[in-house]
Design a protein around this ligand. Structure first.
Ligand code: KG4
Ligand code: ZN
Length: 317
């Protein structure tokens, strides 16, 4: 089954062709990051306009790279939620137009499910499976007992992890997106600053990152006011240490409680080197299979939508 997949939920315009949920024939990603850098975050209006300008070129490039015609396609899968509404509309309209013109059925795919299924490109799934979804907009612990069956065990009550990374980077003025920059700084520093590791109640699978984010920003602002020296790499390491401790401990708890056969991490923050390393160590101590997406598939791309679309179609039948 060949699926043309389209992703445009935020600041990446991406088109992929995926065969049988596993074989990625092409995965073209056009990123708008350079345009949003000057604002320190994604500006929705600007994002929609760039999607409109680029979508047909990205579709053409993908079709050429895969070397196939529209008549070879069985389905079109497109991200329909969650995301920036204007940006989503560009992808959905493109998908519907091609679907109508070439008589190809269109399926609407949830972006979060796409991030989860990016892991399927690395390894088959073993159930029960625990997925930690950590992106710019979401932080969720998800239980899967079978393909395309998702139970949310917990989620953030305030900021998503990636959002906290991006906001701190903006205040400290180290660039956008904040995740990769802070990840690099953290490797050069030591977690010497005491920051809150907010785990909420012992039984809760929910998360809260706004208190940690404010603690980092307060430390930064106070040091500026007082003219004191603050080691930014140590600050980054302390923040990342708190984030990883919370994410890993809740994931471990869920893996044990639900007797997981596999644990995966998904979403942009799954590219974080510290998180990948610590989670792997801890999960493998429990003799549970651990999978992460390849770095290029951690952030937004259409191949993951093609994989999720494939399982959505199979499970709907
Ligand atoms: O999944 P994604 O591309 O878009 C959303 O669906 O939100 O995730 C983007 C987020 C941004 O907040 C970015 O700062 C974060 O992923 N990110 C990272 C790293 N690379 C990207 N966060 C921490 N460490 C990284 N290495
Ligand atoms: Zn995403």
């Amino acid at each position: 089954m060949k699926i043309l997949a389209i992703e445009s939920s935020c600041d990446e315009t991406s088109v992929a062709i995926v065969e049988d949920g596993k074989n990625v024939l092409c995965n073209v990603v056009y990123t708008q990051i350079e345009f949003h850098k000057q604002y320190g975050g994604v500006v929705p209006e600007v994002a929609s306009r760039h999607h409109i300008a680029k979508i047909t070129y990205v579709i053409d490039a993908a079709m050429k790279e895969a070397g196939i015609n529209y008549s070879n396609l069985d389905y079109i899968a497109v991200t329909s939620e969650p995301g920036l509404i204007g940006s989503l509309m560009v992808g959905v309209n493109a998908a519907k137009t091609i679907g109508l013109a070439y008589n190809i059925p269109v399926v609407m795919v949830n972006h979060i499910y796409g991030h989860i299924y990016a892991n399927y490109l690395e390894s088959d799934f073993a159930f029960p499976l625990i997925a930690l979804v950590v992106s710019g907009g979401h932080t969720e612990l998800v239980l899967m007992k079978e393909h395309f069956h998702f139970t949310i065990l917990g989620e953030t009550l305030d900021d998503a992890v990636g959002e906290a990374y991006d906001k701190i980077a903006r205040v400290v003025n180290v660039g956008y997106p904040g995740g990769p920059v802070i990840d690099k700084m953290a490797k050069l520093g030591h977690p010497v600053y005491p920051l809150p590791h907010i785990k909420l109640s012992k039984d809760s699978y929910n998360f809260s990152f706004s208190g940690l984010k404010s603690a980092v920003i307060n430390l930064y602002n106070k040091s500026k006011e007082k003219g004191e020296d603050l080691n930014y790499n140590d600050l980054a390491a302390s923040f990342q240490d708190a984030v990883i401790d919370v994410l890993v401990s809740k994931t471990l708890k869920a893996a044990k409680e639900y007797q997981a056969k596999q644990v995966i991490i998904a979403g942009g923050v799954s590219a974080n080197s510290g998180l990948r390393q610590k989670m792997k160590e801890e999960i493998e101590k429990l003799n549970i299979k651990f999978t992460v997406p390849s770095l290029k598939n951690c952030t937004d791309n259409a191949a993951m939508i093609g994989v999720a679309g494939y399982f959505q179609i199979l499970c709907d039948k």
